[in-house]
Each structure stands twice: as C-alpha cells, then as structure tokens.
Ligand binder design. Structure first.
Ligand code: NAI
Ligand code: MG
Length: 352
C-alpha cells in the first residue's frame, strides 16, 4: 500500500494532475494497488487567504507519505519566487531529494527538432545531482557596488554527495537501463578539483557495477552529442548545474516542455513527481492545458513505487493518444484537458 500526497498547486496544476489521478485511480481499482491519495491545498489561494506557504504541521504530515504528486506552483497575484521557493525548494531540501531524475524520451517523431530521428533514438535518462555543486549557495560579495567589487560562487562537491548520486545512477542503469550503460558528464579537464573528485568516485563506484558499461563525456562535448547522436545515451549522471542545462536541451529534443517530466528523489525518504512546466496562468481554468507531462509524471511515480509494467502501459497509452491526435491544441489536437485524460483511461481499458 502506498500513501500519495497530492498537491495540485496553482493555475493549470489541478487541471493536468486530475488526468494523472484518473489514470492512477483506474489502475488502483483494476489491480487493487492500495494507493491512497490525500489532497493538500498548498499554493496561491491558501497563501492569499491565510499567509501560509508550507506550514510545519503540513511538512510533518507529509513525512508519513510514500510519495508526492505535484502539479505546479506560482501565481501572478503572488510575488515571484515566494511559492516556488517556499513550497518546491523547501520540499526538495527538507526531504533531501538529492536526485533529480529527468527522462528524455521522444513520444512522437514530428515533435523532434532534429532531422531524421526515430522514437528509439531519443530515449535516455539524466540523473542530476540536486543538492550541491555551484548551486549550494556558498559565496559572497566583497566591496559590493564599488568598481572593485568581487563576487564569488563556489562549487561544492562532497565525497558523500557525489558517491550517493553516482551509486543511485548505477543502480538505476542496472534496473531500468537499456544496455545498460552509465555515462558520467563533467568538466574534469578544467574543474581539476571538484570534477576530479567526480572522476575518482565514478571509477571507484564503477568497480561494483561491472555489468554496467561505463562512459565519460565532457559537458561541452555532450551537448553536441545530444544533438547529433542522442541514440548513444542510456543513463547520464551529472552535477547540479550541468544537469540543469542539459535537461533543458533534452526537453527540447524530446518535443518540448509539454512532454518533460521530473522526479525529485530520495530513495530513503519521500520523492516528488511533477511535470516540468509551470502553472501557465495564461491558459489556466480553460480546460485546454496539455496533461501529458502530468500523466507521464504519474507514470514515473508508478515506476518508482515498483509498478514498472503499469508505467509502461501508461506511456503506451500516451503514444496512442499522440498517434491518433487525441491531444490538446498546443500540440496540434482539438481535445480538452479532461477529454485527453478520459481518452487515456479508455485506451488503457481497451488494452487490458
Ligand atoms: P509555464 O511553464 O507555466 O508556461 C510557459 C508557456 O507554456 C505558457 O505560454 C504556457 O501557457 C505554456 N504551457 C505550459 N504548460 C503547458 C501545458 N501543460 N499545456 C499547454 N501549454 C502550456 O512557465 P512560466 O509562464 O514561466 O511560469 C508561470 C508560473 O509557473 C510562474 O509563477 C512560475 O514561477 C511557475 N513555474 C512553476 C514551476 C513548477 O511548479 N515546477 C516550473 C516553472 C514555472
Ligand atoms: Mg532549468
């Protein structure tokens, strides 16, 4: 049995995750998965009404769950950053979600901006370190606002932090990889301290995973390869900043934000699954938002909960919807958000 905390959030968050919940409920009833959902009303409405962002009692309660399914947060009535930092970043930090898992998978050939690439050519996963590196917030100013100003921002790589992300990536490649192969992406030729540690950690950890092929790319070279030969990748592990950048490149080659999914994971604590896109206030409340990323995020959660077969079935239903143009207008269809969700459930039923 798994208890899922459901945080629809703001804007289109509720509209798109409702479709993911439809799919999860369908499987739940069919296979008696024992999924239990509890909804949390975090986001702009609550903040504007009560001033609460993510109160301690909610945080304590969330600790009792197995996973979090999230829509998006952010609202034009609230100063930018308050909800994003106060909810998303706080959850990631509090649950020490040190892994950001970003599948780069093409579901429809014509969405790919690269020439001549087939579905199977773009199908890999980036495992991004999510807590340290140059984003750790270490640094400062000297002589700020003077002509002699100095600003520093330090790249923090701890042995523990690097070891744990590389270990997770090897385990992930072993369990879910195609070949399996793990590629480490760094800049060890220039970052001769921080990424020398990454190199040593990767080689040492690799000794325990002789069944997983091991490979290395410098970050500049990997951007070229992701465009020219994305088919060579299986699982890629990288530091925080490089992961941030290459996953945006990845989102584009997989067909844009409407398909991109993100898992913030701590295998020993509570992981959080979400579409990469935001709350899209410009189209909120119109029942036209594309729910596929939110549904794929639900599939990713199923995979992490040990239900890989159901995750595969969900992805297959998404491919069917794309093939038959049973999709929203942003990607060339005519259906509403709810109709896409209903179509996916219908497709799953007919595939049983
Ligand atoms: P956004 O991703 O919400 O929207 C960018 C553009 O893409 C908009 O034109 C929107 O209509 C469109 N779009 C996004 N998702 C779509 C979907 N599922 N179907 C159809 N069209 C879609 O990014 P934006 O506009 O920069 O941010 C809006 C709010 O969302 C801000 O408050 C921002 O801070 C927040 N945000 C939250 C994130 C999260 O919760 N993880 C991530 C990114 C932004
Ligand atoms: Mg980014």
């Amino acid at each position: 049995m798994s208890n899922i905390a459901y945080i629809p959030g703001d804007g289109i968050g509720e509209e798109v995750t409702r479709q993911g919940i439809k799919v999860l409920n369908y499987f739940n009833d069919l296979h008696q998965l024992g999924l239990k959902f509890e909804k949390f009303d975090l986001g702009a409405e609550r903040y504007l009404k009560t001033g609460d962002i993510l109160p301690d009692d909610v945080l304590n309660k969330l600790e009792t769950f197995d996973a979090i399914y999230l829509g998006a947060v952010g609202d034009p009535r609230v100063e930018p950053g308050i909800l994003e930092k106060g909810i998303l970043l706080k959850l990631r930090f509090y649950f020490d979600q040190y892994i950001n898992l970003r599948p780069i998978k093409l579901y429809k050939e014509e969405f790919c901006p690269l020439k001549g690439k087939k579905l199977q050519d773009i199908d890999f996963t980036v495992v991004r370190e999510n807590t340290e590196g140059i984003y750790a917030g270490v640094g400062g100013f000297l002589k700020k606002d003077t002509p002699d100003e100095i600003a520093t921002q330090e790249m923090i790589s701890t042995r523990k932090g690097v070891d744990r992300i590389i270990k997770y990536a090897f385990e992930y490649a072993r369990e879910f990889g195609k070949e399996p192969k793990l590629t480490v992406c760094d800049k060890s030729n220039v970052l001769t301290y921080a990424h020398n540690l990454w190199q040593r950690a990767f080689k040492e950890m690799g000794q325990n995973y002789q069944d997983v092929k091991q490979d290395h790319f410098l970050v500049d070279a990997i951007t070229m390869k992701m465009v020219r030969n994305p088919e060579i990748f299986d699982v890629v592990v990288t530091c925080n900043i490089f992961g941030d950048i290459i996953t945006d490149l990845g989102a584009e080659i997989q067909g844009g934000m409407g398909m991109a999914v993100s898992g913030n994971i701590n295998p020993d604590s509570i992981s959080m699954f979400e579409p990469v896109h935001g709350s899209a206030p410009d189209i909120a409340g119109q029942n036209i938002a594309n729910p596929l990323a939110a549904v794929l995020a639900a599939a990713m959660m199923l995979r992490q909960l040990g239900e890989s077969r159901l995750a595969d079935q969900t992805e297959k239903a998404v491919v069917t919807a794309l093939e038959n143009n049973m999709i929203t207008s942003d990607i060339g269809g005519e259906l509403s958000t709810d109709q896409v969700g209903d179509y996916l459930v219908k497709t799953l039923k007919s595939n049983e």
